[in-house]
Design a protein around this ligand. Structure first.
Ligand SMILES: *[C@@H]1O[C@H](CO)[C@@H](O)[C@H](O)[C@H]1NC(C)=O
Length: 313
């Protein structure tokens, strides 16, 4: 079993190296992705700039995060030539459901996009502002069995996205990355965490406020199958913690930094903004039954708003 796992991982890493070449500048840069990957020229691409004054407020059912609080297998960080990607080798993978999602989504991997300094590096922007790094936690719809098969379905993937900003002190929840990143500076290398981080540690504290919209993978093949959930709250790392990411090297022996795609046109899409129930109802909410009825009503109303939005696009 262990041997099989190693071979499989070697295959995935190898496939990345030899197969689909893409990069972030020159002839393999984003302007040329569509030559080989037609979907990259689609009308519902990611990332986007989120204009916070043009979002539709909704109250969606709570996000349900199973297996986010403890990781019971080994967590491995891989330099795949494009990013630092964490996978979990465990029988029981974290499962995400609720919010805008229909059905269960299983954890596939998480990875980062970052800049060569603290002024840029994120993929999504909010009100035209870029951030030094962005985390993508990628899930595939469980009924499609794996993340490759999921690419053939419009609801195949969900990505939890978090923006980073610079803080004064090191973030203890990201300490493990500081230990593992120096071991994977070269492409096609990987190393295990001493202690596998729990997903919840890597996310912001406040998970109710988020933007959600339908978009694509931000790397080839740019498949338009992603329900994006972009948390409003940012994660803070110290400048030195970002520098650990910036030390990584890609296949051209260049710095991997600036591995982000530019924002794409929003087109006819609508960005939804999830708020909590209490912000929408100011009245006395001591009666639990009333609260539950109101929440149900709001969720139904939000679903209608989304349906209407879909019809008009
Ligand atoms: C987003 O995509 C899902 C899956 O295809 C679809 O059910 C939903 O209606 C879409 N939402 C919007 C707002 O377009």
């Amino acid at each position: 079993m262990v041997i099989f796992g190693v071979i499989l991982l070697a295959f995935i890493v190898g496939a990345n190296a030899t197969g689909c070449g893409f990069g972030y500048d020159g002839p393999l840069g984003p302007d040329h992705w569509q030559d080989e990957y037609g979907q990259c020229a689609g009308k519902h691409q990611s990332p986007i700039n989120i204009d916070s004054s043009h979002v539709t407020r909704v109250v969606l059912p709570p996000l349900n995060m199973q297996g986010f609080f403890f990781t019971d297998g080994e967590a491995v960080l891989t330099n795949n030539g494009h990013t630092a990607m964490m996978t979990i080798d465990s029988e029981r993978k974290p499962i995400l459901s609720g919010g805008p999602l229909k059905g269960d989504y299983e954890f596939a991997q998480l990875h980062f996009h970052w800049g060569d300094d603290d002024t840029h590096g994120s993929e999504d922007e909010v009100d035209g502002k870029s951030y030094p790094m962005e985390l993508h936690v990628v899930f595939f719809k469980k009924e499609y069995l794996d993340s490759t098969a999921a690419l053939d379905h419009p609801d195949g993937l969900c990505v939890l996205a978090c923006l980073f900003e610079v803080g004064d002190i090191p973030n203890p929840n990201y300490k493990g990355f500081g230990e593992v990143l120096p071991k994977i500076i070269q492409p096609e290398t990987e190393a295990a965490f001493d202690v596998a981080p729990a997903l919840i540690q890597l996310l912001p504290h406040e998970l109710t406020h988020y933007f959600t919209y339908n978009g694509s993978l931000t790397t080839p093949p740019c498949s338009e199958v992603v329900t994006w959930i972009d948390f409003k709250e940012h994660i803070k790392l110290s400048h030195d913690q970002f520098e650990d990411f910036r030390a990584l090297v890609n296949e051209e022996s260049h710095s991997m930094s600036n591995n982000f795609r530019a924002v794409q046109p929003l087109g006819d899409r609508i960005v939804f903004y999830n708020v909590n129930y209490f912000e929408e109802f100011e009245q006395d909410v001591l009666d639990d039954n009333k609260v539950n009825a109101d929440i149900e009503e709001l969720v139904v109303e939000s679903e209608k708003v989304i349906e209407e939005a879909v019809k008009s696009t």
